[in-house]
Design a protein around this ligand. Structure first.
Ligand SMILES: [Zn+2]
Length: 210
């Protein structure tokens, strides 16, 4: 079971204080799937649902870390809204404010994962396309950290495959393969084969020799 805490926070946009539901302790098993998501295999609930917070007053949706904790008493609570819709709202706001596309991509990626968990398949497919598009732009506006570029180039292809865009995914993988190394190159080759068999499911992310 995850320990979920009620944490009082202050909205950085409108200043309203409210109570949010967050995870004070995060786990990392080191295990990832082919989309680089930490997967607890149903042992415990996925944590991403608590990484987004929405202000009940102005509607601002953002990473929970962008809302400063407050010790003051709060009467308002975070709206009870599916987390994938909160991440979607954060992504749309990010695009509108011209925020870096790397962040927009991460919001859509999290939206897709949260949509998967509630079996919102059409939305998940849509978010994956938006995420791959935003990540592509993040390589151009250089908001993608340099150290993350190989991972993001790999992920763009995997998002396209999981959105059912097999042709685009395969073309993308073939284009970036010469720039990938180690585990990412090995995984990309595997995923190209999955594009050919038109499979959209995630597989384990394997480490070399593992
Ligand atoms: Zn607000």
């Amino acid at each position: 079971m995850l320990y979920i805490a009620e944490i009082g926070v202050k909205c950085p946009n409108c200043g309203v204080k409210f109570s949010s539901r967050q995870l004070p302790v995060l786990f990392d098993t080191g295990y990832r799937n082919s989309e680089l998501r930490q997967d607890f295999k149903g042992q415990i609930q996925q944590m991403e649902h608590y990484a987004v917070v929405t202000c009940p007053s102005c509607g601002r949706a953002d990473w929970s870390s962008s809302f400063e904790p407050t010790a003051e008493q709060t009467v308002l609570t975070q709206p009870n809204m599916p987390s994938h819709l909160q991440f979607r709202a954060a992504a749309i706001a990010g695009e509108r404010q011209g925020r870096d596309f790397y962040n927009v991509g991460l919001f859509y990626l999290h939206a897709a994962w949260c949509a998967d968990d509630v079996h919102a398949e059409p939305q998940a497919r849509e978010y994956r396309k938006f995420a791959s598009d935003a990540f592509r732009k993040s390589l151009v506006d250089v908001s993608c950290p340099v150290a993350r570029r190989p991972e993001i180039e790999y992920l763009i292809g995997e998002l396209l495959r999981r959105a059912g865009e097999f042709e685009s995914a395969r073309t993308h993988f073939n284009e970036v393969l010469p720039r990938l190394s180690g585990r990412f190159a090995m995984m990309a080759r595997k995923l190209i084969r999955l594009c050919e068999s038109r499979t959209i499911e995630a597989i384990d992310f394997e480490s070399i020799g593992g």
